[in-house]
Design a protein around this ligand. Structure first.
Ligand code: B12
Ligand code: SF4
Length: 519
């Protein structure tokens, strides 16, 4: 007789990507999978290592003391080393349990993952239905070969990769049920979002994540996300606003972070959502991910572009993120980025005129990178007066640049390489003809000039790991000091990632001696 759903003991695990980091981010992907299980009749336990900062000794004791039939865990591939430890430790103490791993830590390297760990099943891509059906197959003692979207080792130890599952209809997925998490605790350790309106007010930053889209309409050679093989999908504005309204009421959220790869592929799409926000009269601030060509893709220029940008601002948008990546056209081509570096300045200008802050990032370290290309990238930043989040090319599995790194002998042992990687703020592999020191010297040169120009108060140690200069008030009140010279693996905090020169820049508007870009 197959077990009943209620008799199956399930454990979901939320690992901690950045132990010791101040910022805590609610895990949308894991929560979405959990919600799907809950909606379909399963009950489970959650071990939230992240918010509780459980150390490895605690986790191991927990696995020793408790017994589960199925353990489900997932995270980004940069956490490979720790996840290997976790999966093998779980199997050591609970050999009878099945361990299912999702997200890129397993889904972007399924065969290697199953070879190097004692894990049982890997979920490939979108996780809700595939993980659910895998658990159902275990419960009903069915053949795993019938479950789409998973990989596993068969009884003979052979690797089996099933067909991928067709993408879910994004509007049919249930709204995430956050009640399994200690949301209030997460809200107390928010991402420090620079918001010039709230510098002098006591407005609390209660930020909740909302997904408006899955995947992206592009395929850059350094990027990989779990919806890579699926079409780019947007939720309907009604669905998005129902979820936001719920967040505002239940969690008293004041900020909504659209944690998408690409929230709006074009300004027209952004405008549609803004019209609905304004129609419903919902009051909240939001931040979204777009691309440099937000306006140009909709053929919007001049006053037309500004009209949409202002509507975004009226609807609560105070900041958008879009990547310049590089100022060199050849590198942009190698990235398959499909943008012109010059378009960056124009987008910053339009958004600034609408009082929306631009956050950007750059990637150094493509094989043809040299002093000149680094300088070209900084040139674009000087012109736009934006300090970027500075990162290095970090080849991740299932990306074009990972294949390139393997082909050219930069990655010889994948397991060893994946165990060694940290974050994009470190040079993990250098595929250029420059030494690490030479690259850093050039970057520091450019960053220093930009820092002086924008009067940001960064120094040698914080040009790349900019840490927490965004919001003075939050910094003073909450952020513990970080010794950047003594940063251990994964110590980087989210506040390292997005720089905010505009924050200080806008203060300069009142200084008649300093020229502002709009003048
Ligand atoms: C929020 C976020 C973070 C948060 C972490 C959030 C968290 N706890 O997961 C923070 C800010 C810490 C972060 C950091 C980084 N991030 Co990030 N991040 C995101 C972002 C914007 C949203 C994630 C999200 O919620 N997605 C929506 C959900 C629905 O998708 P999902 O997470 O993929 O989940 C689905 C599947 O993966 C799977 N799944 C997920 N979890 C589980 C668990 C189980 C048990 C199962 C079965 C399935 C499953 O099912 C889910 C539903 O279908 C994504 C972009 C994006 N939109 O995905 C980038 C993204 C995940 N990040 C990325 C990167 C590169 C990084 C960094 C490496 C950047 C850096 N600084 O170097 C760091 C890594 C930090 C570290 N120390 O290792 C890449 C991932 C690359 C890769 N190949 O994995 C993404 C895709 C952005 C991109 N396009 O490049 N990130
Ligand atoms: S880098 Fe951005 S634009 Fe390029 S594929 Fe990834 S999410 Fe899309």
């Amino acid at each position: 007789m197959p077990a009943k759903k209620k008799d199956l003991k399930l454990l979901f695990v939320n690992p901690c990507l950045r132990p010791g980091g101040f910022t805590k981010v609610l895990p949308v992907g894991l929560a979405s999978v959990m919600t799907y299980f809950n909606e379909n009749g399963y009950r489970f336990t959650l071990l939230d290592i992240d918010i509780n900062e459980y150390d490895d000794a605690y986790v191991e004791k927990y696995l020793e003391k408790n017994n589960f039939d199925i353990i489900l865990i997932g995270t980004i591939v940069t956490h490979y080393k720790w996840i290997k430890w976790f999966v093998n430790t779980a199997k050591k103490h609970q050999p009878q349990s099945k361990v299912i791993t999702g997200n890129s830590v397993a889904g972007s390297i399924p065969e290697l993952f199953l070879k190097k760990t004692k894990g049982d099943i890997v979920v490939l891509g979108e996780g809700e239905v595939s993980a659910y059906e895998a658990v159902e197959a275990i419960r009903l003692e069915k053949n795993l070969a019938q479950v789409e979207g998973i990989a596993f080792s068969d009884n003979l130890g052979n690797y089996v990769e099933n067909n991928l599952r067709k993408a879910a209809k994004i509007n049919d997925l249930p709204m995430i049920n956050w009640s399994f998490f200690d949301v209030e605790k997460y809200l107390q350790q928010p991402e420090v979002i620079p918001d010039k309106d709230s510098v002098d007010s006591m407005e609390p930053n209660r930020s909740m994540p909302v997904i408006t889209a899955r995947g992206c309409a592009f395929k850059c050679t350094f990027c990989h996300y779990m919806f890579w093989n699926d079409p780019y999908r947007n939720k309907s504005p009604e669905k998005i606003l129902d979820e936001i309204e719920f967040m505002l009421t239940k969690y008293k959220a004041t900020y909504i972070h659209f944690w998408d790869d690409l929230s709006f592929a074009s300004a027209k799409q952004a405008e549609k959502l803004c019209d609905k926000i304004l129609e419903r009269g919902l009051k909240f601030k939001w931040i979204a991910s777009v691309r440099v060509d937000l306006f140009s893709r909709s053929n919007l220029k001049g006053d037309d572009a500004l009209r949409v940008a202002k509507k975004m601002r009226d609807a609560g948008c105070y900041s958008v993120g879009f990547a310049l990546e590089s100022g060199n056209p050849e590198i942009l081509k190698m990235m398959n980025k499909n943008i012109e570096a010059d378009a960056f300045f124009e987008t910053v200008r339009i958004l600034r005129a609408a009082d929306i802050t631009s956050h950007t990032s750059v990637v150094f370290g493509y094989p043809i990178e040299n002093k000149e290309t680094i300088a070209q990238t900084f040139e674009q930043c000087y012109k736009a007066e934006v300090y970027p989040s500075i990162g290095f090319l970090l080849p991740l599995p299932s990306t074009g640049m990972y294949d390139y790194a393997k082909l050219h002998g930069h990655i010889t042992d994948e397991d060893q390489y994946l165990e060694s990687i940290t974050e994009r703020q470190d040079i993990c592999v250098n595929m250029t003809k420059m030494s690490d020191d030479e690259i850093m010297t050039e970057i520091k040169k450019g960053a220093k000039k930009l820092n002086d120009m924008l009067d940001l108060g960064l120094d040698e140690n914080t040009y790349v790991k900019t840490k927490n200069y965004q919001n003075g008030k939050v910094k003073k009140k909450k952020l513990p000091p970080i010794d950047v010279n003594n940063v251990e693996r994964i110590e980087n905090d989210v506040s390292f990632n997005y720089a905010s020169s505009e924050f200080k820049m806008d203060a300069r508007k009142s200084d008649p001696n300093k020229k502002n870009i709009e003048n």
